[in-house]
Design a binder for this molecule. Sequence first.
Ligand SMILES: O=C(O)CCC(=O)C(=O)O
Ligand SMILES: [Fe+2]
Length: 187
Amino acid sequence: MLHEYATKVKLMMGIVFKAMAKSLNLEDNSFAKQLFGDQSLMQARFNFYPPCSRSDLVLGVKPHTDRSGVTCLLQDKDVEGLQVLIDGKWVRVPIVPHAIVLNLGDQMQIMSNGIYKSPMHRVVTNGEIMRLSVALFNEPDPETQIGPVEDLIDETRPRLYKNVKNYGRINYECYQRGEIALETVRF
Ligand SMILES: O=C(O)CCC(=O)C(=O)O
Ligand SMILES: [Fe+2]
């Protein structure tokens, strides 16, 4: 069942990458060719948040940005918890029945040379009810180099990020140290 779901999500992501490229007047495959190479990865994470008696003090997931190109999230159908940081304020992401939440990750921010943002988000806990979510993370394989699409670099918008390999690892290590991974790959 997971395989079937992931296959369909991949199809959807392909359509989204194309639309995102088009919206910036780029070739259709500008993002897909970096994110959907033969060896590209689709990782699934099942998040389980048990009820927490000190939900005022304890987070389900601490603030982070996703390391992915794009993340596809199936939220719990009854319990909210995901929040996004907008202008310094945590804003709840509402549950929309049968909807999938698409979140852009750091690798999309790098490839779009900073035009598309990878938002900071966190998950709060609930005092009474458990919560579940399923996230699918798309990213290139660790050996594939990614970087800003050439057509998005010019005098008015200089290159913001270096070309990098294995960004997943950079992001993971920074997360452990409480550092912002994107800052470490600035050009
Ligand atoms: O559980 C959620 O709604 C989001 C989880 C999340 O941000 C993640 O797995 O990266
Ligand atoms: Fe996340």
